[in-house]
Ligand binder design. Structure first.
Ligand code: 13P
Length: 343
């Protein structure tokens, strides 16, 4: 195992104030987002959209690494470069989503298991040969009546650890993503308790599978009330609950934590990340950053809508969100200046 190489890549991904851009939506998820805006759901439209993203001027000033989907890694940009090559040219490390999505977990109604371990060793070698230097696997934990079950948490934690060990064997830095869904009407306290149990199980399994903590990154959810909950949480409430949970459960050897956005508005995702860095910077042993998909892409996708003439303004919107999150890493994001303008 190339221990030094893994450590260097993991550190580089969370260095300074940059963060990760998740642009690894599976074809069904990407199509769903396109359909909602009336964009053609074709391979060429997905390629053109991702081309718009990776050619955004100055993106590399804010983004350290971008997570691609299998289809994109095999496509070419408008200039005829592979997407991995185009990212490297922009100073951005190319990564790849390697899980095969979720399926219902047998014997556990309402719960999911992530698949994709079969043949993963060979796929990782192929992805590394295509230029990927890090990988991502997303486990999904659902909150509901009497769920999550211990069986679901353990099955997902075990798969995450097996995946992470295989990545490190292949020289790829694993991003370990145990996502406790924000969908639902649960309280902040409940999401916090579930996240704590999940992170505890994940780090137990990472230890058992001999994963090098210095050569991985964690991609968790923030701790907040469910998106359909009547409970209101201030930005500081979310920052405090999230940091309390992470400080208790994430070993100091992990170089960085990069949040998913999970359906929060882009502005709230930035404001909450900002508050965490502002209030806890001196107490955190790890870098605290972002690996957002929707919270970076959403405004740009709504402007782009599949129309070539909209590319420049979509790129401006994409850069703006990336830059806001970069400011949030320094604790310098200004939520008032970034408030959505009324029409
Ligand atoms: P969101 O930021 O849209 O939650 O996506 C992050 C991600 O990569 C989910 O796997």
């Amino acid at each position: 195992m190339d221990t030094q190489g893994l450590i260097e890549t993991a550190k580089a991904l969370v260095a300074g104030d940059k963060g990760l851009l998740a642009m690894d939506e599976s074809t069904p998820t990407c199509n769903k987002r396109f359909a909602a805006l009336g964009i053609a759901q074709t391979e060429e439209a997905r390629r053109a959209y991702r081309d718009m993203i990776v050619t955004t001027p100055r993106l590399g000033e804010c983004i350290s690494g971008a997570i691609l989907y299998d289809e994109t890694l095999r496509q070419l940009t408008n200039r005829g470069l592979s997407f991995a090559h185009a990212l490297e040219e922009a100073g951005i490390v190319p990564g790849i989503k390697v899980d095969a999505g979720t399926r219902p977990l047998a014997g556990h109604p309402g719960e999911l298991a992530t698949e994709g371990l079969d043949g993963l060793r060979e796929r990782l070698l192929a992805y590394a040969a295509m230029g990927a230097r890090f990988a991502k696997w997303r486990a999904v934990i659902t909150i509901g009546d009497a769920i999550p079950s211990r069986g679901c948490i353990d099955a997902n934690a075990h798969a995450l650890a097996r995946y992470a060990a295989l990545c490190q064997e292949a020289g790829l830095v694993p991003i370990v993503e145990p996502e406790v869904l924000m969908d639902g009407d649960h309280t902040l306290a409940r999401l916090g308790a579930v996240t704590e149990e999940v992170l505890h199980a994940v780090f137990d399994q990472l230890f058992r599978q001999r994963v090098l903590l210095e050569g991985m990154l964690l991609k968790p959810n923030m701790v907040l009330a469910g998106l359909a909950s009547a409970e209101t949480n201030s930005v500081d409430d979310v920052a405090d609950a999230t940091l309390a949970c992470l400080l208790r459960n994430v070993p100091a050897a992990v170089p960085g934590i990069a949040f998913l956005s999970g359906g929060q508005s882009p502005q709230l995702a930035s404001a909450r990340l900002n508050a965490m860095n502002l209030r806890f910077k001196s107490r955190m042993p790890w870098a605290l950053g972002f690996s957002f998909a929707r919270a970076i892409q959403k405004p740009a996708l709504e402007i782009w809508r599949g129309v070539e003439a909209n590319v420049a303004s979509a790129q401006q919107a994409l850069f703006h969100r990336a830059d806001c999150n970069r400011a949030a890493r320094r604790g310098e994001y200004d939520p008032v200046a970034d408030a959505p303008k009324r029409a």
